[in-house]
Design a protein around this ligand. Sequence first.
Ligand code: DQA
Length: 139
Amino acid sequence: MALLIINGPNLNLLGKREKNIYGDQSFEDYFSELKKNYPQANLSYFQSNSESEIIDKIHEVGFDINGIIINAGAFTHTSVAIRDAIAGITSPVVEVHISNVHAREEFRHTSYLSAVCKGVIAGFGLDSYRLAVEHFLNN
Ligand code: DQA
């Protein structure tokens, strides 16, 4: 089993950014706990603020890896190109969000990615990532 977590724009600021929405833990801290708790998932992590780098990473791993967990941040609501990248690979992809995007501004209610993902997990804080890992381990 090998899983890759991809985080999109501004998610490098977790722990510093809008703490009332996204919490006060950095993703690096959370990720090291997750790796420790799920050694069998062989987790790796990639973050980029660049749409093209995210697309390149999806192409690079998307025919070999057991699963991708993606939080595309704001690109979720804008990127046909990331959607097409996900549609073009064979590895299953789970879309995650820290916040409940449906309880927020209207522009966050639309995801270009959901229809080409296996499922969507949103609103459970950083625990959204753990729930996605559990999905891949149990299926
Ligand atoms: C987010 C929700 C997006 O609307 C926002 O642009 C983000 C983070 C989340 O994890 O809740 O950057 O994907």
